[in-house]
Design a protein around this ligand. Structure first.
Ligand SMILES: *Cc1c(COP(=O)(O)O)cnc(C)c1O
Length: 433
């Protein structure tokens, strides 16, 4: 036996989701990934202590604030599944997103961001980062790639979007936006939480950095908060726009091998500066939980996608439903983009508007018996939520509308239960609405 499945990038997705990044021979031949519940690591002999103290590379571990063997398996696995060079794990999706933006931006810089983002990301961009001198230029019409281009300026350090917007599941034409950004030396950051790399791999369409809330579909079980940042590699950080990256390249020349520094400059700076100085690394126990969930990612996503498609087709013909936002429906304005970018199907998320208006929301939610009313998404169980109250309350009515949140919008996170049970549950709750 010559076990090499852990490092072979040519293997299929479902094979890599259970093998990539973990070589049992490096871990006492434990077949499943051990939890390294330790804050710190011995230096060992003097030679290793010199290596650990003078190099800042993954694998040379001294302290779990930046590196831990359990996390490293998760990081290498997501890098493989996403088709990226390197990844880092964070304590939550928001930690991953905040660290990414701080790594890219300095005082006076700008981020061009789609308006249709996760509510807390909007607040971070529009309300918090501006207080530290980083401005958000919000794209009002993310359906139009030219609207992104029009806001790109001298100080733009990132274009930020979600592969499937929340809660409307709008799809940005990533290739067109990335082309415009790259022509100016601007990297594209994609929050790929709703799609996961099984349904969509942003790097194949021009993204430079992917961020994930692994709390959702990647883990899948809804037991663990986690975030991931993945770098494609190959972005030209020396294009003149990123003095902090060029300075870091100089500083790190002695401590990081040249090839790695070149291919993973963003990640190596994120590691040294963000994990090293702001903290926020994922706990090893949580990394283990995410790894457990990710082993079934492709199987779950297929079921989520099929169930959501069935639920959407049921809702679209229902008299108590005014509108269904799901790109898998032929009538969706995003149907053509869905066919182009999501040939394996869409996620388990969808949203719809109740024909009875906001007055119907309470009776509908209270009538559900299988779906639970809660904010989390991407779990194996099905959830319904009222975004105007539960996820987008902090936004102005105008911001809500741009995000596709109306006073009668319901968002569903369709789980992996039997589709017939889910449809019957929605049907009886709609009868009360
Ligand atoms: C949940 C979520 C986040 C934030 O992730 P946490 O793990 O809750 O911090 C970011 N983006 C999207 C699209 C999400 O659904």
């Amino acid at each position: 036996m010559t076990y090499r499945a852990h490092e072979r990038r040519d293997l299929g997705f479902s094979t890599r989701q259970v093998h990539a990044g973990y070589d049992p021979a490096q871990h006492n031949y434990a077949k499943n990934v051990p939890v390294y519940q330790t804050a710190a690591f011995e230096f060992g002999d003097f030679e290793r202590s010199v290596r650990v103290c003078t190099t800042h590379v993954p694998g040379e571990m001294s302290y779990s604030r930046t590196s831990n063997p359990t996390n490293k398996v998760l990081e290498d696995r997501i890098a493989s599944l996403d088709g990226g060079e390197a990844a880092l794990s964070f304590a939550s999706g928001m930690a991953a997103i905040a660290a990414t933006l701080v790594n890219l931006c300095e005082q006076g810089d700008e981020v061009v961001a789609a308006c249709s983002l996760y509510g807390d990301t909007v607040t971070l961009l529009a309300d918090v980062l501006p207080r530290y001198g980083v401005a958000a230029r919000i794209v009002e019409d993310p359906d139009d790639p030219a609207a992104f281009e029009a806001l790109m300026g001298e100080r733009t350090k990132a274009v930020y979007l979600e592969s499937l917007g929340n809660p409307r599941l709008n799809i940005v034409d990533l290739e067109a936006v990335a082309k415009a950004a790259h022509a100016r030396g601007i990297p594209v950051v994609v929050d790929n939480t709703f799609a996961t790399p099984y349904l969509f791999r942003p790097f194949e369409h021009g993204a430079d950095i992917d961020v994930y809330s692994a709390t959702k579909y990647l883990a899948g079980h809804g037991t663990t908060l986690a975030g991931l940042v993945v770098e494609r590699g190959g972005f030209d950080w020396a294009c003149g726009r990123f003095p902090q990256m060029e300075a870091f390249r100089e500083e790190a020349r002695a401590s990081i091998p040249a090839g790695m520094l070149e291919r993973q400059l963003f990640t190596r700076r994120l590691y040294t500066r963000s994990l090293g100085l702001f903290g926020g690394h994922l706990a090893a126990q949580s990394a283990f939980s995410v790894i457990q969930g990710m082993e079934t990612l492709s199987l779950r996503m297929e079921r989520h996608a099929a169930n959501a498609q069935a639920v959407a087709e049921f809702l679209v013909g229902h008299p108590k439903v005014a509108q269904v936002d799901f790109p898998g429906l032929a009538g969706s304005p995003y149907h053509a983009l869905a066919e182009r970018y999501f040939p394996r199907g869409l996620t388990g998320m969808l949203s719809f508007r109740l024909a009875g208006g906001w007055q119907a929301v309470g009776p509908f939610l209270d009538g559900l018996e299988v779906f639970d009313d809660m904010v989390n998404v991407g779990d194996t169980k099905s959830y319904a939520v009222y975004p105007a109250l539960a996820t987008h309350l902090g936004l102005s009515p105008e911001e809500q509308r741009r995000a596709g949140v109306w006073p009668d919008t319901i968002r569903l996170s369709v789980g992996i239960e039997d589709a017939d049970d889910l449809i019957a549950d929605l049907d009886q709750a709609l009868a009360r609405a």
